[in-house]
Structures are given as C-alpha cells and as structure tokens.
Design a protein around this ligand. Structure first.
Ligand code: 13P
Length: 249
C-alpha cells in the first residue's frame, strides 16, 4: 500500500502568530482525519523551530519549502538541510515551479539539494510539472520526464525514500485544476517512467497532485488510482479546508 499524504505548502504566507494559530487549528481538527493519511505542513523557515514540538506531538510532519545546494559555509541568506533536520523538519519540498521559475533552479542544483536532503535523513517532496505553453504544445510528458531525471539518478535505497508531487504550473493558484483524467494520465506516466528504472519501488512511491486542489475537487482527484494525495497551496492556509482535503480519500 502506498502512503496517502496531504501536504500544505504555505509558501511566503503567515506571520509567526498566524502560523502558530494555523497549526493549532490543524492539530485540533486532526482527529477527524483517517489514521492512514499522513499530514505534512511546510511553513516558512522562520516558523519551523517553534512549531516543531506541537506538530511532532500531534503526529503531523514538518517540512521546509527549500534548502541550500551546499552543505555549509559562506552562502549568505541560505539555509542548509542539516539546519532543517536540527530543528525537527522531516521533509523538504524541492523543485517547486516557483523556485524553478523565479530562482533559476535547474536539474543540476536540484540534484545537489536532493542529495543533501537525503544525507540529512529528510524526505524530499520533489516537484515536477509543465507550463501552460508546454501542455498546449503537447510537450508535457517530455518536460516532466526530463525533470524526473534528478530522481532517476538516485540509488535504489534513496529513491525508495522520496515523494513526488506533480504540479502543472497552469493550475497553481489559478483556480484551474487539472481534471481527474488529466491528473491520472500524467501520474500513471510518472509512475511508468520511474518503474523503468525502479520497478518495485515505483509502485510504492507516493505521487501527490498539486494545483488549485480544494475541498470540492479533492475527492475526485484522490480517487484516481495513481493519485496518492495532494500538495496544497492556498487551501492549506485555512485549517478547516486543509483538513477537509485530508478527509477526501
Ligand atoms: P495552489 O493550491 O494555491 O494552487 O498551490 C499549489 C502549490 O503550488 C502547492 O505547492
């Protein structure tokens, strides 16, 4: 059985007090979520240390949204995977389309980040997804396949630890969700691509859908055989909505 995961990517939202209140809300509602669903929240760096204890007690995974592609040293403004592990993070989102687009992340830098995250015993939530023009040109399979190269180069042991998130750029923050058929088609393609290298392990890889996922459309998306949960942006900023999505399996 693949792990069902609902992860909230808060992006650059919430002051510390707002983040603390959001965690309290999620923790207070968590009992309504099935025990086989793993909840993860990814607040901004500044909040991680102080939120870790409450989340750990509640059995909610703590994730960062990014990390440095270097181990340590003179990289002003950067945060290392080791630092994230030291404050209780268990996951790290990597390769989000906003990082690829606005901060120039490439397969080469992402390969370094994935390696560091794994070395520090964090689970990478590795994001892939095509832009609108790429889908319209019917290039989405090719684009996603080239993004997956980073994880296809891992050892079998490391590959078995990762989570994939498929997030079509045209669906992020736009209110335009992929249809469940579109999501299933590309999730199945992702699994097939992974299984060509990692036959048995790819069957166990959780592949999350992200992009305007909300309490209304989550059930249909999560009912698809290759959709194992969601990476949620806007709807993860309201505890009731985040929990309602987690109840949609
Ligand atoms: P939205 O749910 O706001 O579309 O964002 C999705 C996303 O980018 C999660 O990482």
């Amino acid at each position: 059985m693949r792990k069902k995961i609902v992860a909230g990517n808060w992006k650059m939202n919430t002051t510390f007090d707002e983040g603390e209140a959001l965690v309290k809300g999620i923790v207070s509602l968590k009992a309504g979520v099935a025990a086989d669903v793993t909840l993860v929240v990814a607040p901004p760096f500044t909040h991680l240390n102080c939120l870790a204890e409450d989340l750990e007690k509640a059995g909610v995974g703590l994730s960062a949204q990014n990390c440095a592609n270097h181990e340590s040293g003179a990289y002003t403004g950067e945060v290392s995977a080791k630092m994230l592990a030291s404050v209780g993070a268990k996951y790290c989102i990597l390769g989000h389309s906003e990082r690829r687009e606005y901060y120039g992340e490439t397969n080469a830098t992402l390969a370094e980040k994935v390696a560091l995250v794994l070395q520090n015993n964090l689970i990478p939530i590795f994001c892939v997804g095509e832009k609108l023009a790429e889908r319209e040109a019917n290039r989405h399979f090719e684009v996603v396949k080239s993004q997956l190269e980073v994880v296809l180069n891992l050892s079998a042991d490391d590959f078995a630890k990762i989570v994939i998130a498929y997030e079509p750029v045209w669906a992020i923050g736009t209110g335009k969700t992929a249809t469940s058929a579109q999501a299933q088609e590309i999730h199945a393609f992702i699994r097939k691509t992974l299984s060509e290298k990692f036959a048995a392990a790819a069957e166990q890889t959780s592949i999350l859908y992200g992009g305007s996922c909300n309490p209304k459309n989550a059930a249909e998306l999560f009912a698809q055989p290759d959709v194992d949960g969601g990476l949620i942006g806007g709807a993860a900023l309201v505890a009731e909505n985040f929990i309602a999505i987690a109840q949609s399996f």
